[in-house]
Design a binder for this molecule. Structure first.
Ligand code: IMP
Ligand code: MG
Length: 227
């Protein structure tokens, strides 16, 4: 499982560095083990009703809002003069998609692909398509959106399917990128935040279909998935 204490029993702390590309790298730095009780600064920011389940906020709603705007500017610049077909993967993209496209000053059409991973817990399992694309993307500029690029298995299944429909251009955009877990040779054209190997929820991302509605990206308490 992702995240948790390391061999020395310390919790990895997240350190944020601004990247030249405009994104942020959230790297881990191991410090002395603070539980959320001994770390009032981080727990203070978690709304009371989530404190038992969310260990800490990794990315705040303000940080997300700022980054989504700059991502939209990059996409606009790259697709200027074109009409986009935005293809969004269900269901983790709901919030990211809604915020991103409201900042996109481009003509666009929107469609969804449903993919479900029937794995247990926090590991991804077998991929099943639950909704197929309906719009014709032949000769079109397509932007494929997902919530997080983790092992890359989802993207590596979806991308060939869209490529086969002969779009003029196909780019990928994810809110989060977890490069340390990658098993497929794949990278996103646009990525909001690079994060360490932690299982995160909120802003669309779920654990067992829960926590999608949290306005921030947070790290779950391990007791939630390790009863
Ligand atoms: P991949 O196929 O391993 O790249 O994983 C992509 C999918 O796994 C995402 O669309 C998410 O649904 C899920 N996923 C991966 N990491 C996380 C996480 O940290 N929190 C919640 N869902 C995740
Ligand atoms: Mg999911």
């Amino acid at each position: 499982m992702a995240g948790g204490r390391n061999e020395q029993g310390a919790w990895p702390q997240v350190v944020k560095t601004k990247l030249k590309t405009g994104g942020f790298k959230l790297a881990t730095q191991t410090k002395q083990a603070p539980s959320s009780i001994h770390n009032p600064q981080s727990s203070a920011r978690i709304p009371l009703r989530w404190r038992k389940e969310v260990e800490r906020i990794l990315i705040t709603d303000e940080q997300i809002a700022r980054r989504v705007k700059t991502l939209a500017r990059e996409i606009e610049r790259d697709f200027r003069g074109r009409e986009l077909v935005v293809v969004s993967l269900l269901s983790g993209t709901v919030m990211f998609l809604a915020d991103l496209i409201r900042h996109l000053n481009l003509p666009l059409r929107l469609d969804f692909i449903g993919v479900s991973s029937y794995g247990l817990g926090t590991e991804s399992g077998e991929l099943v398509f639950t909704k197929e694309l309906r719009l014709d993307v032949r000769g079109r500029d397509v932007l494929l959106i997902d919530d997080i690029l983790d092992t890359g298995k989802t993207m590596s299944r979806v991308l060939p399917k869209i490529h086969a429909l002969k779009p003029r251009r196909l780019k990928t955009c994810v809110l989060l990128d977890k490069p340390s877990r990658r098993v497929e040779k794949i990278r996103a054209d646009y990525a909001g935040f690079e994060i360490p190997d932690l299982f995160v929820v909120g802003y669309g991302l779920d654990y067992a279909e829960r926590y999608r509605h949290l306005p921030f990206v947070g790290v779950l308490h391990p007791h939630v998935y390790q009863p």
